[in-house]
Design a protein around this ligand. Sequence first.
Ligand code: ADP
Ligand code: 5SP
Length: 460
Amino acid sequence: MRLAAGVDSSTQSCKVVIRDVDSGALVRQGSAPHPAGTEVDPEAWWRALTAAIEAAGGPGGVEALAVGGQQHGMVCLDENGAVVRPALLWNDTRSAQAADDLVRELGAEAWAQAIGSVPVASFTATKLRWLAEHEPENAARVAAVCLPHDWLTWRLRGSTDISELTTDRSDASGTAYWSPATEEYRRDLLTLAFGRDLVLPRVAGIREAVGHFGDIVLGPGAGDNAAAALGLGARVGDVVVSIGTSGTVFAVCDTPTAEPTGTVAGFADATGRHLPLVCTLNAARVLDAAAGMAGVDLHELSDLALSAAPGADGLTLIPYLEGERTPNLPDAAGSIHGLRLANATSAHLARAAVEGMLCGLADGLDALTEVGVPVSRILLIGGGARSEAVRTIAPAVLGHSVTVPPPGEYVADGAAAQAAWVLEGSEEPPRRVTQGTETYEAKPLPEVRERYHAYRDRAA
Ligand SMILES: Nc1ncnc2c1ncn2[C@@H]1O[C@H](COP(=O)(O)OP(=O)(O)O)[C@@H](O)[C@H]1O
Ligand SMILES: O=C(CO)[C@@H](O)[C@H](O)COP(=O)(O)O
């Protein structure tokens, strides 16, 4: 049996799946947690990766491996390959002012034309500007910058040579200094952000072997959302809604997008196509917070939410608990509206949390359709999709039936599919048919979204 391993080094944890290359069957898997916080020493990712590989029964028999990872995180290395400071993650909003400055300096339309996106605090370039302005001593030591999955792949190769760093097109497209339209770095934009040029990872081919971990061939890896698209075998017409730490709504397309309001990021995918994407900062952890407030676990929260009436009898939760990225409100806070004696219950709170979180994603779906993304099928994945309440309420809020694949690690699966692809060298990546999907339908709830919009606009 030939085995391929896939890694999802995501915000909250590292997950490893090991699959049979020929049948696609899951052979073994493991995971390990990541530290909390929006600033993390990359060594913690390495420790979690090695622990997750061990938890998956070790690398024995694995012939190829690829790493999918949280996008955008700024990993700065000195000329000897040592990490200069803890990485700033995609959900760290301290570079919001730097993002505003960069957008003002070049213009939103020019950014969209140059890199397919208008940068917000998540994008790597804005973090580099923040570093240059706030930590000049650290900035002076930086010789190279890379992303979480680039760094882990390089560590697996055992390299300390910054000239050997590699990345892939999907993750490069979240830096704000790589163009999905021309497939080239925009070093002028890197210099605009940081004040000087840096060593950047070479952008590997979509099925290129970039090195070895022992005897194991390493694939180029991918950003986590692109890896999920690969793991699901998403086709044009499929829109993926992922409820993890981030909430993302994305689709595979043949042509690049360049949306100048910044709502839709024009990312690249991991197969040579494009991946327009909307991302919110507040998704599964809104449910974690609501469960904490109600003093229940996540299963009880789901039961509570389903026991309340649609619309939570007028209770509305705006879920900006960590500020927000879409809409771009990095300093916003969450809020609860319409509180009355009749709806001051844990059940109404639970329902309002699920509806509020989903309303943010429904806005993302609208934004994708506005740039011309076709919607034949909506696929719901991520830790939050394990909630029955989320699965049941999603079609009502999204206004479309929702297909839910069985709970699984679709990012790690996509990375494993890429690893198998590197071994096979076929034209297209291997597609695993997902068995056991369930489809959820519900009467749309436009009034819930209208009320949400009214309160959302007050938060702006
Ligand atoms: N049954 C459930 N109901 C609601 N949320 C859940 C459930 N199971 C897991 N989660 C949430 O999913 C999140 C983790 O999802 P995941 O997709 O692994 O995130 P990430 O990839 O960002 O690390 C956690 O916040 C966790 O509380
Ligand atoms: O910033 C984005 C997408 O642009 C996030 O989707 C990150 O890639 C983190 O993903 P999760 O850890 O929440 O899966």
